[in-house]
Design a protein around this ligand. Structure first.
Ligand SMILES: O=P(O)(O)OC[C@H]1O[C@H](OP(=O)(O)OP(=O)(O)O)[C@H](O)[C@@H]1O
Ligand code: HPA
Length: 181
């Protein structure tokens, strides 16, 4: 295990099980609808690519790069910036927003409001992790992989100052790693 990690919160086996379950549920819900999966970069990239292997229906996907933590922040700046927008029109589409984690809810709240103005037919959310203890904006998350306690996590796409995204599990970062900065 990486020496900056205090403990593993979601193992590779648990990640695979969650993705299989979510893929099955999404396959059932979106059969015959050609949904558009919108991956919120960068954190959700690994999750999205694993998830859609279990989605057994015609679908499309696109990417949007949104950022509000950044650098050495372990708290949201509250300023949700669109770094790269979608190339695909949402008008009349059944949209599935794919997130790695819902924490304060700021990012998702901003995205839902934006997507509503783009006249999507429906908008649902799938998030690999849900950290309800830190919620400020009350957002409804339709599909959740794993609910986690209040801790800053990294791995499986999630970073601290751009590090640890490639860990194949979700782990809690030792506080001394970010307190030392
Ligand atoms: O519920 P919130 O408090 O808004 O936090 C969730 C958001 O924070 C992370 O993104 P981040 O801004 O760190 O960008 P990244 O995905 O590129 O790392 C994560 O990927 C979510 O999009
Ligand atoms: O716990 C977290 N880890 C990494 N990125 C995040 N973005 C929101 N919460 C987190």
């Amino acid at each position: 295990m990486n020496s900056d990690i205090e403990k593993v919160l979601v193992s590779e086996k648990e990640i695979n099980e969650a993705n299989e379950r979510l893929g099955k549920d999404l396959t059932e819900e979106y059969s015959g609808k050609n949904p558009l999966f919108v991956c919120i970069l960068r954190g959700a990239a690994m999750f999205m690519m694993d998830l859609i292997r279990h989605v057994d229906i015609p679908m499309e996907y696109d990417f949007m790069d949104v950022s509000s933590y950044g650098g050495e922040n372990t708290d949201t700046t509250g300023d949700v910036k669109i770094v790269k927008d979608l190339d695909t029109s949402l008008k009349g589409r059944d949209v599935v927003i794919v997130e790695d984690i819902i924490d304060t809810g700021f990012t998702l709240d901003r995205l839902i409001k934006l997507f509503e103005t783009r006249e999507a037919k429906s908008i649902k959310i799938v998030s690999f992790l849900d950290k309800p203890a830190r919620r400020i904006k009350q957002v409804h998350v339709d599909y959740i992989g794993v609910q986690i306690p209040d801790a800053f996590v990294v791995g499986y796409g999630m970073d601290y100052n751009e590090h640890y995204r490639n860990l194949p599990y979700v782990g809690v970062l030792k506080p001394e790693v970010y307190n030392a900065k």
